[in-house]
Design a protein around this ligand. Structure first.
Ligand code: HEC
Length: 125
């Protein structure tokens, strides 16, 4: 009376395989900086982590994982370290093909994005 169900399982697995979210792979070295502070992360570490998560959710699709652009957004590895005011303005108001994020980002998120980009690029304290 029993029938083998292996064929059905194999078919289900075959259709499930292809697409895993790329964002889950992104683990920049940034968070490694304050390794000596296990319990209470510094403000900067917290800002970097907030920025990292914001970047993955809202920026990486154009600017690439770990700032490595796929050619859609500008290469943020080359953004000037003394350009924080321009950064804030471009992100809030947009610039040419870059959409404005002023209505969807909090001030701590924008500060965090700047801290994250600085940490990937090796700026900052
Ligand atoms: C829909 C694609 C897209 C998304 C999403 C996006 N950007 Fe951009 N971004 C661009 C493009 C395209 C440019 C180049 C604009 C130009 O100079 O013509 C750009 C340029 C920039 C610049 C350089 C602006 C300047 O002043 O030179 C910064 C900084 C930037 N993006 C930050 C961000 C941040 C931070 C996020 C996430 C909150 C983000 N972008 C999300 C497409 C995008």
């Amino acid at each position: 009376m029993r029938r083998l169900r292996g064929g059905l399982l194999a078919a289900a697995l075959a259709t499930a395989g292809a697409a895993l979210p790329v964002a889950a792979v992104a683990q920049p070295a940034a968070a490694a900086a304050p390794a000596a502070a296990p319990a209470a992360p510094t403000d900067r570490a917290a800002a970097i982590e907030l920025g990292r998560r914001t970047y993955i959710g809202m920026c990486a699709r154009c600017h690439g994982i770990n700032l490595v652009t796929q050619g859609i957004g500008a290469d943020l590895r080359r953004f000037p370290a003394d350009g924080q005011e321009r950064f804030r303005q471009s992100v809030m108001q947009g610039v040419r093909a870059m959409p404005a994020f002023g209505s969807s980002l909090s001030t701590p998120q924008v500060e965090g994005l700047w801290a994250y980009i600085g940490s990937v690029n090796g700026w900052g304290p």
